[in-house]
Design a protein around this ligand. Structure first.
Ligand code: SF4
Length: 391
């Protein structure tokens, strides 16, 4: 449910908070997330600015909302000094109404995970560490410029179990240059041995402006053809299902009960606040993004101003977005929720001819309650979504 712009939200409105920590020790070849090279002085200024941003945001949005998830991404959040992180979490708890069993996730790079770090995480209230394992193949890791080894990944999960975390997740990438089905299978087998409750299974994308993009453009590196990527995705889905994981979103797989609550909020149109440079927010039916520049972020908050750029798009874009995001979910889009949220039927927003064809071909499953993709439909999600939304 959404409050209209300017109206007071009901007091049980749930809110997710995302923090973008903008530092890394190196730049991985494929990555286009906003980050700066780690600098301890800049980091101190970042935390000072974050304290101001959190205060300003709480003044505007805390009332009437309850925080149900906190997610720290980046960047490399495992580089954060525990005392500054603990102080920020304390501030959030003081300024916001925080649900007692809030999901609290943090992304980490395996090479920076130690027993001490995980123990500090637990004492702060983090209950869901995430590990950017990506692959267990040393050559592929090197090709991505990742700084960890397969051994680091094993050690990180070993420490996680030793520290008593029951809920944790890992990221795995497929579609890497030179990756074969056998290589992916070997990665999955090692992963299943570690039994993570949650797996994010992403296809490598070539992002403009990255080192990988120029290596691909000048022919130094070849990435798999689309057909190969599809075969790898299918293989991954089948292996994960055989291992007891359920796909609940196109790239997300979980043991029962371990779906990511925070990300479900994004896909289902719940409100969230993003803090830190480049972080996005969706609140009071309005999207906004912080500028992707640490210097502008620091400068703006130094003047006690939020570094946000407001997205002027309106209801039409919200509806398109709700369809695009909802189709990513295995449970699809609830017709009732769509009607309630936008005051019009889901059906009225779809291309009728394409809808009929896709239902008939078995790519779409449609009933009175929801619209969702079939297993085969998930393999063609981008094309299907485009067709359904075409005029
Ligand atoms: S992939 Fe992660 S660790 Fe690598 S540069 Fe990007 S944010 Fe930093």
């Amino acid at each position: 449910m959404f409050a209209g712009i300017g109206s007071a939200p009901p007091c049980d409105m749930s809110l997710g908070i995302y923090l973008h920590y903008p530092f890394c020790r190196n730049r991985c070849s494929y990555c286009d997330f906003y980050k700066e090279l780690y600098d301890s002085d800049l980091q101190i200024r970042f935390f000072d600015a974050l304290t101001i941003e959190t205060e300003l945001i709480a003044r505007k949005y805390a009332q009437g909302r309850r925080v149900i998830s906190l997610f720290i991404g980046g960047g490399t959040p495992s580089l954060m000094p525990s005392d500054r992180l603990a102080a920020w979490v304390k501030q959030v708890r003081q300024l916001f109404d925080v649900e007692e069993d809030m999901e609290f996730s943090i992304e980490t790079n395996p090479e920076s995970v130690t027993l001490e770090l995980l123990t500090a995480f637990r004492s702060i209230g983090i209950n869901r560490p995430l590990f950017g394992i990506q692959s267990f193949n040393s050559d592929l890791l090197m090709l991505m410029d990742r700084k960890h080894s397969p051994r680091d990944s094993h050690r990180a999960i070993y420490h996680t179990n030793a520290t008593g975390f029951r809920n944790f997740g890992v990221d795995l990438i497929f579609g890497l240059p030179g990756q074969t089905a056998n290589m992916l299978e070997a990665d999955l087998e090692q992963l299943f041995d570690l039994a993570p409750p949650h797996i994010s299974f992403y296809q490598l994308t070539i992002e403009e402006g990255t080192r990988l993009a120029s290596q691909v453009a000048d022919g130094r590196i070849r990435i798999p053809e689309e057909e190969m990527n599809l075969a790898l995705y299918r293989l991954g889905v089948r292996k994960m299902e055989e291992a007891g994981y359920k796909r609940y979103e196109v790239s997300s797989f979980a043991q029962p009960g371990y779906e990511c609550r925070h990300n479900l909020g994004y896909w289902e149109g719940a409100e969230y606040i993003g803090l830190g440079p480049s972080a996005h927010s969706f609140v009071d039916n309005q999207r906004s993004a912080n500028q992707s520049s640490l210097s502008l972020y620091l400068e703006s908050l130094h003047k006690q101003q939020l570094p946000r750029i407001i997205d002027k798009s309106g209801i039409e874009e919200r509806m398109t977005e709700a369809i695009m995001l909802g189709l990513r979910l295995t449970r699809g889009i609830s017709r009732e929720q769509f009607q309630k949220r936008f005051g019009c039927s889901l059906q009225s927003r779809l291309n009728r001819k394409q809808y009929d064809l896709l239902v008939e071909s078995g790519h779409l499953i449609s009933d009175d309650d929801s619209l969702r993709l079939s297993g085969e439909g998930f393999n063609l999600i981008d094309e299907i979504t485009g067709r359904l939304l075409s005029k």
